[in-house]
Structures are given as C-alpha cells and as structure tokens.
Design a protein around this ligand. Sequence first.
Ligand code: HEC
Length: 106
Amino acid sequence: MRWFIFALIFSSSAMAKEPSEQRQKELLNMLKHDCGSCHGLTLKGGLGPSLLVDALKNKTDDFLVKTIREGRKGTAMPPWKPFMTEQETLWLVQKVLKHHQEAVRE
Ligand code: HEC
C-alpha cells in the first residue's frame, strides 16, 4: 500500500514528464540563447528580470509556466507556446529554473 501511494505521487500530473535527451538539449539551448538574450546569459537579469532560483522559488510552477507560455501583454516577454509544449515548459520550470540552473551554463 505504501508503495502504491508513492507511485501515485510520482506519476501525478503535477510533475513534468522528462523530455527526450535530445529535446532536453534543445530546450537548454533555447533557455541560454533565446531567454538569455533578455534575461542574461547567466539568467541573472537584463532587459527581463532575474530568473535565478532565489527570484523564482516563491512563485508557483503554474504561474511561471503560464508566464512563459502566454508571455506578458504590454511587456517585452513574448509567448513561447509555439516552441514548447506545456510538459516541456513545466520540465524547464521544475527541473531547470528552480533546481538545476548549472545545466544552462554547461
Ligand atoms: C524579448 C525579451 C524577452 C525574452 C526573449 C524572454 N523574456 Fe521572459 N521576460 C521578459 C520581460 C521584460 C519580463 C518581465 C515582464 C513584466 O514586467 O512583468 C519577463 C518575465 C519573465 C518571467 C516572469 C518572472 C517573474 O519573476 O515573474 C519568466 C519566468 C520568464 N520571463 C521566463 C522566460 C523564458 C523561460 C524565456 C525563454 C523561453 C524568456 N523569458 C524569454 C523579457 C523576455
């Protein structure tokens, strides 16, 4: 029973599915070069605000995914919906932006 609950938690839709290794590379490349052009190559901010862990940790995954997918009207933040799926955006937020930013710098 305990194992079952464990499996349920980790397969829940709140966790991003891992994109393929090739796709992860593409997404990291996009983060560095496309997002980096406004948010800074090291994500510490530029035209756009800092995307470092400290700046994002108190914002919900949903809020960040929505910002990235829809952009922010009236600001320079464009919508990225045409370039990544919702699961891919969630993966970027959960696995990279909030946890493993060193992956962007490699
Ligand atoms: C053309 C410039 C530009 C590009 C390219 C860009 N952003 Fe932004 N981004 C902004 C600006 C400006 C804001 C602040 C909007 C506002 O004033 O609310 C922002 C806001 C954000 C926020 C909200 C931050 C917060 O603290 O609420 C996130 C998350 C974000 N961007 C992620 C990304 C990601 C991921 C990419 C690449 C896929 C990206 N941005 C590409 C300009 C850009």
